[in-house]
Design a protein around this ligand. Structure first.
Ligand code: PGA
Length: 251
């Protein structure tokens, strides 16, 4: 049975003190709840160690937001998968649209990041999604297919079983314009179909596919009610403990 996951991507927000207050409030609130999903918090990398102190692998895990495509060495400012692994970080976002857009991350580089993470037993949360113009042209399925084929389809079946996919239409990220439940379900089912074609239906059924883009406590339940939507990657609403915990309670 695939896992339902709600992951909070804090992006480049919060001072150390505010981050500690947020993670401790989230951990405290989750402790009292009966959850039907796994919760992941993705703080900025400088707060990973502090955040890990509040994690409890059965309910709350910590993820990095990015990783280097290189193993180790002279890459000033980069953080390697071996470093994350040595801190027992269990997940890492790869290929968020902001990384693709502002840091020119290519499909080839992203596939190397995926390999690095898998080498250190860290599960990639691999983001895909089309831009507004691409949806307007009706090519959203081609875009997502290419992102998945180039970033992930070099993996073998056992490796692929460690992948979480996040569908994040770029036009919905941080805009307040959320995909309709039908749009989300349609794309999630398309993605699961691609995985089934390549790896078989058993692997496809085991793969968690998250939705991301303006997900909040009011729309989470209708999105997560769809058969192929296994949770969310939450940006803005993950910066407020109450909203984030409400989203995690939306299954
Ligand atoms: P948002 O961001 O929830 O603020 O739209 C989602 C994301 O970027 O992962």
């Amino acid at each position: 049975m695939r896992k339902n996951i709600v992951a909070g991507n804090w992006k480049m927000n919060k001072t150390f003190q505010d981050a500690e207050e947020l993670i401790s409030t989230i951990a405290g609130e989750l402790d009292e709840k009966d959850l039907s999903c796994k919760v992941i918090v993705c703080p900025p990398s400088v707060y990973l160690e502090m955040s890990s102190d509040y994690a409890d692998e059965s309910i709350l895990s910590i993820a990095a937001q990015n990783v280097s495509s290189h193993n180790n060495g002279a890459y000033t400012g980069e953080i390697s998968a071996s470093m994350l692994g040595s801190m027992e970080i269990a997940y890492c976002i790869v290929g968020h649209s902001e990384r693709r857009k502002f840091f020119n991350e290519t499909d080839a580089e992203l596939s190397e990041k995926v390999d690095q993470l898998l080498d250190y037993n860290i599960m990639p949360i691999f983001c895909v999604g089309e831009q507004l113009e691409e949806r307007e042209k009706g090519i959203q399925f081609d875009i997502v297919r290419t992102q998945i084929e180039k970033g992930l389809f070099h993996l073998n079946n056992d490796e692929f079983l460690n992948i979480v996919v996040a569908y994040e239409p770029v036009w919905a990220i941080g805009t307040g314009v959320v995909a309709s439940p039908e749009q989300a379900q349609e794309m999630h089912s398309f993605i699961r179909g691609l995985i089934a074609e390549k790896y078989g239906s058993e692997t496809a059924e085991e793969t968690t596919i998250l939705y991301g883009g303006s997900c909040n406590p009011s729309n989470a339940a209708t999105l997560f009610a769809n058969k192929d939507v296994d949770g969310g990657l939450i940006g803005g609403a993950s910066l407020k403990a109450d909203d984030f915990v409400k989203i995690a309670m939306s299954f």
